[in-house]
Design a protein around this ligand. Sequence first.
Ligand SMILES: [Zn+2]
Ligand SMILES: [Zn+2]
Length: 391
Amino acid sequence: MMGLEEKCSQGQSIIKDDFSSERSVCPINTSYGVGYRIKARVLPYLIGFIYLVPTVDSEWIMIDSGGGSEESNTDLENGFRIIREEFDRSFKPEKISRLCLTHAHVDHFGGVSEFKRRTNAKIAVHAFESRLVDSYDEVARVENCRYVNFLLESGVPFDSIESILDGFGFRAGRVQSVTVDEPLYGGETIDSLKSVYLPGHSPGHLAFVCENVIFSGDLLLSKTLSQIWPARMTPQTGVLNYVRSLLKLKQIAIDYESLNGQKLIAFPAHEEPIFDIPSRVDKALRGMERRNNRLLKLFSEETAPMTLWEILPKMYWSGCPNREFFALSDIGSRVELFLQLNLLRVADSERLSRSNPAIRYQLSFANAEAAKNTIKQVVRMCLSGDKSNLI
Ligand SMILES: [Zn+2]
Ligand SMILES: [Zn+2]
């Protein structure tokens, strides 16, 4: 086994060109030692990254496990083989002593049971998502019932609900449950990593800091905006929680740079590394604002009140059945915020009944421009009164 000193690469920098998305395995020169990024087909339509970082005891921590499909497991095995053959002859998967999950979405933890069987590594995940890992079928059944209610109030025709939920794919039997060994809360030191609680994309989303690198899961991606959900459907998510976590990540990066004189680099679970976290956060926030404004514009242009289902084709292309639930959740999270801010009202609420639960919304502001400013101001106010969360 190669000693820690030999693995340690103080002074070597992390260079953008070393992380081409074509490469199956890329070494990462953390200040702590050389880690690895393994590329995997985590879902049929989605590429993801699984990370390995060295520990104090010359073992390894793996961050996320991939989706658990045959392709995903094959890519992970292939990654292990490449690490052994091309980079570190002493590496073997049995030396992975811990699996830290950024969150319990299937593309991140679907491979957990196969991995546990193979390595006997300890499984660590935020406490808010540990039931998903150790009682997957139960949670999937309960959540699907909640989703049916969400889709019915979104105005989805009853006979489309099954296919939309099938496309989303959160179904009992898909993932084999395993016992969680270490429930996390954020703030723990886990060998060479420090956990940071950053909810919003999911209720118990964690990032893991390893010296000059932060493994940021799905919170912040290099190109696209992360998926968000209505907080009413999935607690600790929603627009405000998500924005709060983005600002917290930005502050962590700013503090790291002022303390260490070098940038903190984010390695997300999809897409490329982020070498300037504060400017990427700002760009993501502008993207969020643009999307909010587009929705407000839509409400100001349409004279008739709309359900989420009626908004969907006007906001997003909806030809891909796998994406409808994601798009409805995105719209739902923004409508939730607008309602909280009293920018929307429910039209004809007296016509709502148990057999007719589809909710139609309309602008309660006469002027969409004024509404845009209100969102900006209120979001800023909500977050600035909350500085304790930024550290
Ligand atoms: Zn996710
Ligand atoms: Zn993901």
